[in-house]
Design a protein around this ligand. Structure first.
Ligand SMILES: Nc1ncnc2c1ncn2[C@@H]1O[C@H](COP(=O)(O)OP(=O)(O)OP(=O)(O)O)[C@@H](O)[C@H]1O
Ligand SMILES: [Mg+2]
Length: 357
């Protein structure tokens, strides 16, 4: 649902998903609502990640945008054009799949040329555009190889070149790097972002990996059970999660249950399981909390500092060495253990309060 008072969405953005719902009928069980009333506006040139756990509806939403799935309700606009009823090849989009989905009987050149041939582009133009696309992804010279003569990373680049060669307005990517090893994945992420910026193309990128979303996205859309939980730039999502689900899904967190004691000048004094904390609320964008209100307080591990003369007393239960950090589990006062980490670099920033249900 649109928040009351929010600006009316514009249909002339690069992509506009208007109240899209997808319900899958299942003859042997109750129907599955894979996408639940999703509204999303994406500006030209933006890189947006759809982030969420397995089964939350990421692929279904992407397939609806691509035209590979029909929504049960709602509309999709690409570049201001209503495309809800158009087939995939009539939309200004292109999709890159996790499995690459290359044509095994076609060589690299023909794989990339495929979309151009379908669109009846002339032969000299095809040669020019395929060469440019292969250059962009660093595969010049491999035109005559077949897919089974390529590494996983090279196959992924062919898939990317094949999507880019038709110069779509919106590039759709479904976990495109998940079959690559960690090192190559990181390298491809950087390259993907470079290519996307260079072309100024709009990208919608599906991932269940929060680190990947954080490093790639201008904005992240967090989904849970088909519903949007929050849409925000990475730093805002991390610092100001809209609810407990987002807080726990994005980064490590200590989620403490508490009750408001009283309002202070810049926040609240809160009682937490035998502890007491003053929590700053930087921009109170909601109605004030009354004394006694139940809240959850989000404490990011790197905002906790361990020392001999701190405010709270605790016992270190475990210490895990992680290279640049040590992760400590500390039992503080009574009665529960919380996992805390001492980062070697980051300091500062205060805990934030979240209203609980
Ligand atoms: N064709 C289908 N028929 C019935 N149910 C489906 C179909 N496709 C997806 N679903 C269901 O819809 C829900 C969302 O699936 P979807 O593939 O969009 O999730 P996802 O977020 O991409 O998950 P993953 O991270 O595992 O890829 C799941 O419960 C799934 O079982
Ligand atoms: Mg998926």
């Amino acid at each position: 649902m649109r928040a009351p008072g929010a600006a009316a969405p514009r249909r002339d953005t690069a992509l506009f998903v208007d109240r899209v719902t997808k319900i899958f009928a299942d003859p042997s069980a109750s129907p599955v609502t894979a996408v639940d009333d999703v509204t999303l506006e994406v500006q030209a040139g933006e890189f947006v990640c759809l982030l969420g756990p397995s089964g939350c509806g990421k692929t279904t939403l992407l397939r609806i945008i691509a035209g590979l799935e029909t929504p049960t309700a709602g509309e999709v606009f690409v570049g201001g054009v209503r495309v809800t009823d158009l087939p995939p090849n009539a939309r200004d989009t292109a999709m890159v799949f996790q499995s690459y989905a290359l044509f095994p009987h076609l060589d690299v050149f023909e794989n990339v040329a495929f979309g151009l041939r379908v669109r009846r582009v002339t032969e000299p133009e095809i040669a020019k555009r395929v060469a440019a696309a292969l250059h962009l992804v660093g595969l010049t010279g491999l035109e005559r190889r077949s897919p089974d003569q390529l590494s996983g990373g090279q196959q992924q680049r062919v898939a990317l070149a094949r999507a880019l060669v038709t110069q779509p307005r919106v590039l759709l990517l479904d976990e495109p790097l998940s079959n690559l090893d960690a090192k190559l994945r990181e390298q491809m992420r950087v390259e993907l972002r470079r290519i996307q910026r260079q072309l100024g193309i709009t990208a919608i990128y599906v991932t269940h990996d929060q680190v990947e979303a954080m490093t790639l996205a201008d904005r992240i859309v967090v989904l849970d059970r088909g519903r949007i939980q929050q849409v925000a730039p990475p730093a805002e999502l991390y610092a100001r999660p809209a609810n407990s689900f987002v807080a726990e899904f994005v980064g490590k967190v200590n989620l403490l249950e508490g009750r408001v004691i009283e309002a202070t000048e810049d926040g609240y004094r809160i009682a937490l399981d035998g502890l007491e904390a003053t929590v700053a609320v930087p921009s109170p964008d909601r109605e004030p909390l009354a004394p006694g209100a139940r809240v959850r307080v989000v404490v990011r591990p790197e905002t906790v500092h361990l020392g001999r003369d701190g405010t709270y007393r605790g016992v270190v239960r475990s210490a895990i060495y992680l290279g640049s950090q040590v992760e400590y589990e500390v039992a503080v006062a009574r009665p529960r253990c919380r996992r805390l980490a001492e980062a070697s670099l980051k300091k500062g920033s205060s805990p934030r309060a979240n209203r609980s249900g």
